[in-house]
Design a protein. Structure first.
Length: 291
């Protein structure tokens, strides 16, 4: 792609709307083959960016979901132990005695199980999503840094495998802990803010064309107002979409204060937040939007 504008246009075609900062980050990631490190609150579109990029590039999305205790055998590769065992038994039954030959056979590529990182190195082009890296531990982070620095891995039994074209890499973090500077240094960083009214409305309209324009506008205004309250978990774009979907499913083409309060469960997921939200003057927010 020629420049940030083209990246923006291609992402928009997939239904994903970006601001200038993110369009530039994505363009540079593609041009310089650098991973994009996406940090921000829940539900602001970090994971969706990777799917949108994959769709825009016509490349498969390969996802590595991080969790506590994740290790190289889950992320990179593993050996298919049951099949190796079967092969061993068959070889024994056939009277094969040559131990060296057996070992060579056991660590043949056909018994290699490629996990997401290896798959991404072997699939060209591809988009690799390393989702929620903050959930993994330090050791895994260091390991990931190594893979992402060289876009190559060494499998002792097989040698070094290198990606001819590095995958496009999107890393996401909810910032439950700080990710080390060494990893960040390899990446382009983008902080995902909650979108402003106009962009969020555009996202709702784009994602949910079936929802009435008026309802979309009202829901967006209400969510923007809720975010200004001091909530434990401010709603993300995901919740705005859920709320609009829920109201639409109830047959509403617009919302009043009473219906908004009755359906708050679509948007706020903590009792304390629901209590606090009741203090918000929903009617006034709607009135400001000409409701
Ligand atoms: N800029 C955007 N354009 C279009 N849709 C968006 C945008 N931002 C978010 N969305 C939509 O909002 C929803 C939530 O996004 P997503 O799951 O990517 O959030 P996230 O930041 O990964 O959240 P979490 O931290 O909880 O994993 C998705 O349905 C996504 O399509
Ligand atoms: Mg996510």
């Amino acid at each position: 792609m020629d420049g940030p504008e083209q990246v923006r246009a291609r992402l928009e075609e997939t239904g994903y709307l970006v601001d200038d900062g993110l369009a530039i980050a994505c363009f540079l990631a593609l041009r310089l083959h650098r991973p994009v490190f996406c940090e921000g609150d829940a539900g602001v579109g970090k994971t969706a960016l990777a799917s949108a990029l994959a769709e825009a590039l016509g490349a498969p999305l390969i996802r590595l979901q991080c969790h506590e205790g994740i290790d190289a055998s889950q992320a990179l590769y593993d050996w298919d132990f049951p099949r190796q065992l079967l092969h061993l038994r068959a070889a024994e039954a056939a009277g094969v005695k040559d131990a060296e030959r057996l070992e060579r056979e056991l660590y043949d590529r056909r018994f290699l199980v490629a996990r997401p990182l290896l798959k991404a190195l072997q699939t060209q082009p591809s988009v690799l999503l390393v989702d929620e890296i903050d959930r993994a531990d330090d050791e895994f982070e260091a390991f990931l840094l190594e893979v992402l620095s060289e876009f190559q891995v060494t499998i002792p039994e097989l040698g070094t495998l290198r990606a001819e074209v590095p995958p496009v890499v999107v890393l996401t973090s909810n910032r439950t802990r700080e990710v080390h500077d060494a990893l960040k240094r390899r990446c382009l960083y983008h902080w995902f803010d909650h979108p402003g009214f106009a962009r969020e409305l555009a996202i709702v309209r784009r994602r949910l064309p079936e929802v009435s324009a008026r309802l979309a506008e009202q829901v967006t205004a209400l969510v923007q107002a809720l975010r200004a309250e001091d909530l434990l978990k401010p709603p993300g774009v995901a919740e705005t979409l859920d709320w609009a979907r829920a109201l639409d499913a109830l047959g509403a083409s617009e919302v009043d204060a009473e219906l908004a309060v009755a359906t708050l469960g679509s948007v706020l997921k903590y009792r304390e937040d629901t209590d606090r939200a009741r203090g918000l003057d929903f009617a006034a927010v709607l009135a400001a939007r000409g409701a």
